[in-house]
Design a protein around this ligand. Structure first.
Ligand code: PKZ
Length: 132
């Protein structure tokens, strides 16, 4: 799994217990999954359809740096299924794992639309194909 994004845990991200608020972490995961899908599917109309069991394994505290990892599990017809893990950058301890996040590719009408993708694509290869 590649850990693309880092976040710094700030005072506004904390719960009453003084640790990272779970809802904030889920918002970061949702945004990461959406951005990953937008880039892979080359469409900005992508929505989150489903998230599997959410397992908070450990917490993070103010000042910690967490990193968000994501990898595709399956390219469906209109969907892209992702696996996501967030871990503490210093200790590498896993904080949360969401094994199945289903993102759906939409057309202009807001209905699911086949994305035509079957595997990960890298931006550098896309640029090479267009002669950049
Ligand atoms: C470069 C440009 C920059 C642009 C800069 C943009 C910036 C961007 C910033 C970030 C942005 C953040 C964005 C966050 C993302 C949201 O927060 S999205 C908001 C929350 N989500 C929603 O509102 C979605 C509400 N749900 C719906 O609208 C409808 O359920 C949907 C998604 C259109 C799907 O409709 P449906 O009738 O269920 O469709 P259906 O054809 O049955 O299924 C579609 C696919 O989903 C799968 N599926 C359906 N139900 C399930 C289920 N329960 N479990 C598993 N899979 C399922 C199906 O198997 C199917 O997959 P495929 O076999 O085709 O691959």
């Amino acid at each position: 799994m590649r850990f693309h994004t880092r976040k710094w845990v700030k005072p506004e991200d904390l719960n009453a217990n003084g640790t990272l608020f779970g809802g904030k972490l889920l918002a970061w995961i949702d945004e990461e999954a959406a951005l990953y899908s937008i880039i892979q599917l080359e469409n900005k109309k992508v929505v989150t359809k489903y998230m599997s069991e959410i397992d908070f394994k450990s917490s993070a505290k103010e000042g910690d740096i967490v990193e968000i990892g994501i990898e595709p599990v399956k390219f469906g017809k209109t969907s892209l299924v992702l696996d996501c893990e967030v871990r503490n950058k210093m200790t590498r301890e896993s904080i949360i794992r969401v094994a199945n996040i289903v993102m759906v590719n939409l057309g202009e009408d807001g209905e699911p639309k086949p994305h035509g993708k079957t595997q990960i694509e890298y931006v550098k290869d896309r640029l090479a194909q267009t002669g950049h």
